[in-house]
Design a protein around this ligand. Sequence first.
Ligand SMILES: Cc1cc2nc3c(=O)[nH]c(=O)nc-3n(C[C@H](O)[C@H](O)[C@H](O)COP(=O)(O)OP(=O)(O)OC[C@H]3O[C@@H](n4cnc5c(N)ncnc54)[C@H](O)[C@@H]3O)c2cc1C
Length: 500
Amino acid sequence: MKRIIIIGGGIAGLGAAYKVNRAASEGHEVEFILLEKDRRLGGKIQTEMVPDPSEKGRFIVDGGPDCFLTEKPACHRIAKLTGIFDEELPTDDTRRRTWILSRGKLHQMPDGVMMFAPTKFVPFATTGLFSWPGKIRMGMDLFIPPKKVVPGELNDETLERFVVRRMGRECLDRLAEPLVGGVHASDPKQMSLAATFPRLLEMEQNYGSLLKAFIAVRRKIEEMRRKYPAKRDEKPRTFFTSFVNGMQQITDAMADSAGREKMRTGVAVTSLHRAGNGEWIARLSDGSTVDGSAIILATESWAAEPLVRPHDAAIADALAAIPTSSSATVSIAFNEAEVGFDLNAFGVLCPLVEGRALMAATYSSTKWPGRAPKGKALLRGFVGGPHNQEILKRSDENLVQTVLSEFQEILGLNLFAKPLFSRVFRWHLGMPQYTLGHLDRIGLIEDRCGQIPGLALAGGSYRGVGVPNCIESGEQAVSKILGEWGIDLAEDHIEEKRYY
Ligand SMILES: Cc1cc2nc3c(=O)[nH]c(=O)nc-3n(C[C@H](O)[C@H](O)[C@H](O)COP(=O)(O)OP(=O)(O)OC[C@H]3O[C@@H](n4cnc5c(N)ncnc54)[C@H](O)[C@@H]3O)c2cc1C
């Protein structure tokens, strides 16, 4: 029996555990032990059920991710295999609206904006979000020739350079930065386009213009929807999906299915050693050791770095060169009748140029049905990110006060609205930054790992921060190890579905 030691119990580590378990259930002589330093599994995925303080019912508070991109298949696949596919929760698109703060006022995101490209003329022409010179500059994208690229090379540039080159500075500051930089909690000045949005480079080359490319994409989606309308008994396929009981439902289901008895929490791996026979020995924070034939490091890159260093300094240097930023989410609940502003929206984005402490706010109980009992509202503020690491030095009470006064000033929250409860979730160094050179660093890490039998890395630090990407990276780590042992596991098969 060969044992794989999985370090880290976030979604990537659980994805790896689930796959090893499947290999075992198909008769292969493999097993795993998963080691997690926190007292709970799930990593950044954390949902808290908060009883309604006054009446029956409960709030469902997601502290980390509150959804995944519907078009990516990994979460659907795992949800099917673990029996929670029917628990997938689409957004309530009857109330879909996004506000963007611009020059101190809220403007509705114009209909037809895809990523940061307007694809419908009238809503774009009539929005007060951009100045007329800004709009004209964005329209010039239609006439600016695509960048000359060198075939076979990455042709990378920062997100800032790309957006300013094609659509102008106002588009970057007022739309692209809060939408795209905010989702990644990253600085567009540093973000590698090739690592985060390689499709944009392709679109520019294929269509010669981003506007033309996005208009073509929108038409294609509309055509698909016309051709394959949602069946009456089918849930609507919205752009984002979550789970009825919050995002932790998927990590809980994965842990249950893979076997919690093989997962130890509250113990950190402090060092990794290799015996003469090639076996790995993990030394733990409680003084004990665990041995196995392979290691999957499914931690944050900065946590993997000291564990890898004695075995390969070049991998460790590349891991150390992946920057991270810290952030926090602050969820606050209210009586709906007291909030004093229209809750019919998914949330508000605050561009960096507005100089606010709040990066974004989600109206959680509007976006996701069932997140708050009837008559109650749950709002979530997002603070931190690369430009405001200082704010994380504040106490939880101070963060709640800060977010509350931002809600009052920006959303128009009634000064007398009394919070029913609040929850602060801090994510220290929780968001890897895919800066220029990221793909070279990952290429080096993968090449060198390929030469070290029994070692693989997984997680959001490498090839995609999204929850589905992290699942896949855990699975790929297992494939690497099993491949070295001559085990070829057939891909999980699920019935083909249209996801949006
Ligand atoms: C606030 C926030 C909001 C987000 N929103 C979204 C979203 O809406 N949609 C989306 O798709 N993505 C979102 N993301 C990104 C996504 O949540 C993460 O990329 C993903 O959850 C990371 O999973 P992971 O398993 O790679 O890492 P983690 O979840 O960080 O797991 C790594 C685990 O390793 C453990 N560990 C570290 N060192 C050791 C050690 N020495 N020994 C043992 N254990 C160790 C850690 O305790 C941790 O539990 C968000 C992220 C954040 C922070």
